[in-house]
Write a protein that binds this ligand. Structure first.
Ligand code: GLV
Ligand code: MN
Ligand code: MN
Ligand code: MN
Length: 405
């Protein structure tokens, strides 16, 4: 890998907020908190060094323009935020590779014949405000602006307030057709979050599709009470009920081949060792190959959860927090990109992971490149990519940009 890309990923390794909770390991980089602000400053500095014009749009997405902004620009990038305890590559690899590809084109004396930008989306993981791909949803009008402004983080701070503190005007959050209209084509390079490329023995793929997916909140309500003074029979303990519901979630997904359902986050209210909880919030992430299968999976989960929590005298309410239908990347574009990159040596692979490119695909031509991840693990510190494969990814991105610009 070149000095720029290698030094860049290594330099980024220092930037995270895990000091706030070292038990998690990995990286915790959440929208407009310290690590995210540091990464944004890093991006502006690096892009500035390449002579790119950096701007923040009204939703907090960062753009770095090579030449004049749009229209019909070729835009490439990804995100810099992470899940709690995430890996080093999910997001930053796409941003670093985009800067590197532009740097290489510049160094070779290449002159683009259409506008080009590197784009960093805000809050792709939804780790602070709960909605994944928040920056791309806001940009495309995929989330209602009033609803977005009212989203709260774990400390009860609204998106509107935190946007204001970050220097944005909360009233201007939301669909940004002028910014969107500048994009002629979007390409996101990303570490693969599974074993597709490992199994095929190839370093780079083009993405073919993304599973339909969404997030739901299960609120289980019981009777808060004293841990010592309340006899076991007759308790209405919502945490025990939630445990039953989570097993039902797993069983429902096992019974729907090709689907995935996960509860990875719980909030126990009020959360005391000697307190039987009064309620529990459990966040469900559910995904399946088609919209209807995902809807059927979640309907089945709701029914099973109602029955499961009733065993403990509790009730459950299910609310939808976000939804993304199945994304099929434009087969013509996928075919053209594979042809430019070497045909059958570059497979087309589906993924179960969500991406800003998937959100954007509903509005503008979009495509993705995947880089092999030998562990097959992601959203974990074990996520990995060999330097040689990162170089292959940058080579592919540079080749595509050269053919498009
Ligand atoms: C984001 O990485 C997601 O797929 O949840
Ligand atoms: Mn991710
Ligand atoms: Mn990602
Ligand atoms: Mn993602």
């Amino acid at each position: 890998m070149s000095e720029l890309a290698h030094g860049t990923l290594a330099g980024l390794a220092e930037i995270d907020d895990t000091g706030r909770d070292a038990r998690r390991g990995g990286y915790s980089r959440h929208l407009w908190q310290n690590a995210d602000l540091e990464l944004r400053a890093w991006f502006a500095e690096r892009a500035g060094r390449l002579g790119l014009g950096v701007e923040t749009d009204r939703n907090g997405n960062l753009w770095a323009w090579w030449g004049e902004p749009g229209p019909d620009a070729v835009v490439t990038g990804s995100h810099l935020d992470s899940v709690p305890g995430g890996g080093a590559y999910d997001g930053p690899l796409g941003v670093v590779s985009a800067l590197e590809a532009v740097a290489r084109l510049q160094a070779s004396g290449f002159t683009p014949s259409r506008p080009c930008a590197v784009l960093v989306f805000a809050e792709e993981e939804g780790s602070r405000f709960g909605i994944a791909c928040l920056g791309s949803r806001l940009l495309t009008g995929g989330i209602d602006a009033d609803r977005a402004r009212a989203l709260v983080d774990a400390d009860g701070i609204t998106l509107a307030d935190s946007a204001r503190r970050a220097g944005l005007e909360p009233a201007h959050l939301g669909a940004d057709p002028n910014a969107l209209a500048r994009i002629g084509l979007f390409i996101e390079l990303h570490v693969e979050q599974g074993r597709g490329l490992v199994d095929l023995g190839r370093p780079v793929a083009v993405a073919s599709s993304i599973l339909a997916h969404g997030r739901w909140r299960l609120t289980v309500t019981g009777q808060g009470n004293h841990a010592g003074a309340t006899p076991m029979p007759g308790r209405r303990d919502p945490l025990v009920a939630a445990a039953r519901a989570i097993v039902a979630v797993q069983d429902a997904a096992l019974n729907h081949p090709g689907s995935r359902a996960t509860v990875g986050r719980l909030e126990v209210v009020p959360g005391g060792t000697n307190v039987i909880a009064s309620s529990v919030h459990a966040w469900l992430d559910a995904r399946a190959p088609s919209d209807s299968e995902t809807r059927a999976l979640v309907a089945g989960i709701e029914e099973a959860a109602i029955a499961a929590v009733a065993v403990n005298g509790c009730s459950v309410a299910v609310t939808e927090e976000s939804w993304t239908g199945t994304v099929t990347f434009d087969p013509d574009l996928v075919g053209r990109f594979r042809a430019v990159l070497g045909g059958s040596r570059v497979p087309a692979l589906p993924t179960g992971a969500g991406h800003d490119a998937g959100v954007l695909a509903a509005s503008v031509p979009s495509a993705m490149l995947f880089v092999r991840n030998p562990t097959g693990v992601s959203h974990s510190p074990e996520e990995f990519a060999e330097v040689a494969d990162c170089v292959a990814g940058i080579d592919a991105l540079e080749t595509l940009l050269r053919s498009l610009l």
